[in-house]
Design a binder for this molecule. Structure first.
Ligand code: MG
Length: 447
């Protein structure tokens, strides 16, 4: 079985994600690093976090690494710390997964997520069980550093126009869901001069009020309090705080695709340059890029692909249409707190969030998924059929995406299940549905 999934190693804590597994993953990382160097290790607020962190520390020390324990911290805070202080990192987290889960995520020396190739190497060592084991006099040192969160908060404050934000004295309601964002977001907002109303900002690995995934159905309190307090913004984070969702001053949720495009538009109004997004993202980004006269680069799905392409091209902004936004002036990873600070900076220019959502074009989406046992031959057949169509543009960066003059459809195999997903988008709901069902028919014919 593959050790690393789309988001590191994940599963039920102390069943699949055991201390033994954490030790062996850390030993594998230590072996991969040639028993040299320093790593930072942090965790989210899950109850099993201390158990797994301690195990991972033991494994890394056994392989001869120096370990710096940064305690409970958002994943972007650990990434920021790793970028500037260590050679790699380990984050004990299961992000937005339910309470009973936990996981292990590896961080590269530049603070970005570990590459797929890097994970494969570590996984090979893990399965071979040929771990580097230090002699008695060479096992590693353990240190603790409680400054990672403060370092991260300061980094964000320096990357935005903090002075203009402070002058506005915004009221912000925030729900960090008792997750890792609870140790940073309230303090960041406070230092940006906001009046902060907190919900679920105590760290609690039982996640007593809501699961770590910030979906609208569990954020009713956030909406209610934004409305009753007359706040300027509401923000909620997932368990490891790399993503954030926002509500405007009327308590309306801002669609994640809309958020991505409106921030891209703002950034391009200040600085022209390449922007980057996966092929699954809305056409809104393409419209924003065209309006600004800049290039938009489409990548395969996954924030690591976006981040790497941004580094390669010196892009000014990038992100995914799921609330994962990457700001190169801060760091090359998804960052929910940085997204909050940038929104406040935009608002400090004199606009409301509800107004901003209306500055990007309207599109409609339609999606479905279909079971498919032979993904490879089905996708070959889809490709062959699509290549026969006239007046379309085809992109095979990730799955098969077909652009028509009035919309697009993306047919994409799942990386983990025998499923093909079909997404479509157009200016009208009916055309989006038509494109989706065309895609579905093609997959059904091919599978
Ligand atoms: Mg997350």
């Amino acid at each position: 079985m593959a050790l690393f999934g789309t988001n590191g190693v994940r599963g039920i804590a102390n069943e699949y994600i055991t201390p033994e597994l954490a030790i062996d993953v850390a030993k594998s990382l230590g072996t991969f690093m040639g028993s040299k160097g320093t790593i930072a290790i942090g965790r989210d607020t899950r109850i099993s976090g201390d158990m797994l962190k301690s195990a991972a520390i033991a494994g890394a020390l056994s392989a001869g690494l120096t370990v710096i324990d940064v305690g409970i911290a958002p994943v972007p805070a650990v990434q920021y710390y790793v970028r500037d202080h260590t050679d790699a990192g380990i984050m004990i987290t299961a992000s937005h997964n339910p309470r009973e889960y936990n996981g292990i995520k590896l961080i590269a020396g530049d603070g970005s997520e570990f590459s797929r190739e890097g994970e494969d190497e570590v996984e090979k060592i893990y399965h071979s069980r040929e771990f580097a084991s230090s002699t008695w006099d060479r096992t590693g040192d353990l240190r603790t550093d409680h400054s990672a969160n403060e370092y991260y908060i300061r980094g964000i404050i320096n990357a935005v126009d903090a002075e203009s934000i402070r002058k506005k004295q915004f009221t912000v309601v925030m729900d960090t869901g008792c997750g890792a964002g609870s140790v940073t977001l309230p303090f960041l907002l406070q230092r940006l001069g906001c009046k902060v109303i907190t919900i679920n900002a105590q760290t609690d690995g039982t996640f007593p009020w809501r699961n770590p995934e910030p979906t609208p159905d569990v954020l009713t309190e956030l909406v209610d309090i934004v409305r009753s307090s007359g706040a300027d913004m509401g923000v909620a984070q997932d368990g490891d705080a790399d993503r954030a969702v926002f509500v405007d001053e009327n308590g309306e949720f801002i669609g994640e695709e809309v958020l991505l495009a409106m921030i891209a538009k703002y950034i391009l109004s200040r600085r022209k340059g390449v922007i980057v997004t996966p092929v699954s993202t809305s056409q809104r980004m393409a419209d924003v890029a065209a309006e600004a006269g800049v290039e938009l680069i489409w990548t395969a799905v996954g924030s690591i692909n976006v981040a790497r392409k941004m580094m390669e091209t010196g892009a000014v902004f990038g992100g995914e249409g799921n609330g994962g936004l990457i700001f190169p002036q801060h760091q090359y990873c998804r960052d929910g707190a940085m997204a909050s600070a940038v929104l406040l900076e935009i608002m400090a220019g004199g606009t409301t969030l509800s107004y901003l959502t209306k500055t990007v074009p309207v599109y409609f989406n339609s999606k479905t998924k279909v079971r498919c046992d032979d993904l490879i031959s089905t996708m070959e057949c889809v490709k062959a059929n699509v290549s026969l169509e006239k007046d379309v543009k085809v992109d095979t960066t990730d799955g098969v995406k077909v652009w028509y003059n009035d919309g697009w459809v993306l047919i994409r195999p799942s990386g983990t299940e025998p499923i093909v997903r079909i997404f479509a988008e157009s200016k009208t709901k009916s055309r989006a549905e038509e494109l989706m069902s065309g895609g579905l028919k093609l997959v059904e014919k091919c599978r």
